[in-house]
Design a protein around this ligand. Structure first.
Ligand code: GLN
Length: 496
């Protein structure tokens, strides 16, 4: 039975309760503050948390007309690569240790206008580079399902926080899978929108042509609600699509009983997703779930993405090339950390080198080296230009697959969460973990991961839906139908 204050409350329920009865506001906020205080250090999820700041936001909102605001008094936690005015924004890097941006990202402004309370900033892999959250300069995040396991990355703090019920909704960013893979490892829903649907203004750039902010929630309704708030054209981001804000939450809420099924929907099963490398339990679970989708009325078709095998190499050329350019700005002059020069005079060049040597972690340095190499004269055509051509081949492959189906289904990752320390000495095996998520970013497609099973170790398994460009609602509705039919997401939570 649900008590009136519970960590399973959805964002829309919290907003409704607080708007209906203002006596609910303080107990609600205090309930979530207590939960954050109780678990944030256990899981190492937070990089910034300030109770006074939370109360100030709450009091300010109480003095305004909040009755029409969709997220009134809803606690939201934010991945620490999204700028928040005057609040530390570190990208989990030492180089941005003391950085307090002079402005907020567009998504933050929109959350505030919608009545959300920004509860704090979350740990992640440094500059969003990683798949396990072990690359943070502030230590790894632990998986709430089992603290010996990684939460996935790079938005591991966001996934762990939502999974542990520290907030109903959080923001993550996804450059090659960083929303979907941790969502899968922590048993929540993670949705990466079509490229251009969410403004990147104020998202600290990793690889600008791939990065996208997106919702991390416990279900499709909350993902729709959060999307309605953060989406819509932003003149401050030249890659932002000229589309209005959606109203997906209402559309899903108003579906009639007879419409909550997958009749008339054709779903493609990507055969390459089930090839060598996939864990047998993940495979069996997905097969079972594909059957369920068919029982819900979907027509299932096999499709092939021949170029999928090239997606990791293509990604690691393009993403590192863009990262090496984007991270050139951290030089000890303009932002955050500067290496000490107390041992006497240092040249400007030495100061740059020392700052970057001390400020960046190993994975970030590895990528700057790789990116600089693939862009250097003599190598650019062999690597960068070739990768941009392969990117087009991957896009075309998806478009061909979509000619026969409405969306694609597959696992989110080849395995469930792995143990802390298991892969971090072997970057290539870490990179291979992203095999099912990365191609989606190269093609700019919408995709989400939703929980659909548990393995024999008690760890969650994620199912991925990949949609046609701009057809984001189709996959959200698919997730909603699955949730309504199975109730899976309600019945399986970590035991903290
Ligand atoms: N794991 C991938 C990487 O390390 C993806 C990261 C991301 O999506 N931000 O690049």
């Amino acid at each position: 039975m649900e008590t009136s204050l519970s960590s399973s409350l959805k964002a829309w329920q919290i907003a409704e309760k607080c708007k209906r009865d203002h006596n609910q506001i303080d107990p609600m906020i205090n309930f979530f503050i207590d939960r954050n205080v109780r678990y944030k250090d256990v899981l190492n999820t937070h990089l910034y948390f300030d109770v006074q700041d939370i109360y100030q936001q709450v009091e300010k909102l109480k003095s305004q007309a909040y009755e029409h605001l969709p997220l009134a008094f809803v606690p939201v936690l934010i991945k620490d690569n999204i700028c928040t005015e005057n609040i530390p924004t570190t990208c989990a890097s030492k180089i941005l240790e003391d950085y307090r941006p002079p402005y907020s990202a567009t998504v933050i402004e929109r959350l505030k206008q919608a009545g959300a309370i920004i509860f704090g900033k979350l740990n992640c892999d440094e500059f969003a580079m990683g798949s396990s959250n072990e690359n943070s300069a502030y230590g790894p995040v632990l998986n709430p399902w089992d603290k010996e396991y990684v939460p996935g990355g790079s938005s591991g703090g966001s996934a762990a926080a939502v999974s542990a019920g520290l907030c109903p909704i959080a923001l993550g960013s996804d450059t090659g899978g960083s929303i979907r893979q941790p969502a899968s490892y922590c048993g929540i829903l993670g949705y990466k929108p079509s490229y251009g649907l969410v403004s990147r203004f104020g998202l600290i750039a990793f690889a600008s042509s791939l990065d996208q902010i997106g919702p991390m929630t416990t279900d499709a309704l909350d993902a729709a609600l959060l999307s309605d708030v953060i989406m819509g054209h932003d003149p401050k981001d030249s890659t932002s699509l000229k589309s209005g804000s959606p109203s997906w939450f209402q559309t899903l809420k108003e579906l009639k009983e007879s419409e909550i099924n997958l009749k008339g929907t054709t779903i493609g099963v990507v055969s390459e997703f089930f090839a060598a490398g996939i864990d047998s339990e993940v495979n069996a679970c997905l097969q079972e779930n594909i059957k369920k989708l068919s029982e819900l009325g979907a027509t299932i078709k096999n499709v092939s993405l021949k170029s999928l095998k090239n997606s990791i190499s293509t990604y690691y050329v393009i993403a590192t090339a863009e990262a090496s350019a984007n991270l050139a700005r951290y030089d000890g002059i303009r932002f955050g950390f500067r290496a000490d020069s107390h041992e006497g005079k240092k040249s400007l060049k030495e100061m740059y080198a020392n700052t970057r040597t001390q400020g960046f972690g190993d994975e970030v340095k590895r990528r700057i080296f790789l990116g600089t190499y693939v862009l250097s004269s003599g190598y650019k055509d062999a690597y960068y230009t070739k990768a941009t051509r392969m990117r087009q081949v991957i896009k075309d492959d998806f478009l061909a697959a979509f000619s026969a189906v409405d969306f694609l289904v597959g696992p989110t990752a080849p395995t469930t969460a792995f143990k802390l320390g298991e892969k971090n000495k072997d970057p290539v095996s870490m990179y291979l973990n992203d095999i099912y998520t990365i191609a989606v970013n190269l093609a700019g497609l919408p995709a989400l991961s939703l929980p659909c099973g548990i393995n024999s170790l008690g760890l969650p398994i994620g199912m991925q839906f990949i949609g046609k460009p701009g057809d984001d609602f189709q996959i959200l509705k698919g997730a909603y139908v699955y949730e309504q039919a199975t109730g899976w997401h309600e019945h399986h939570k970590p035991k903290l």
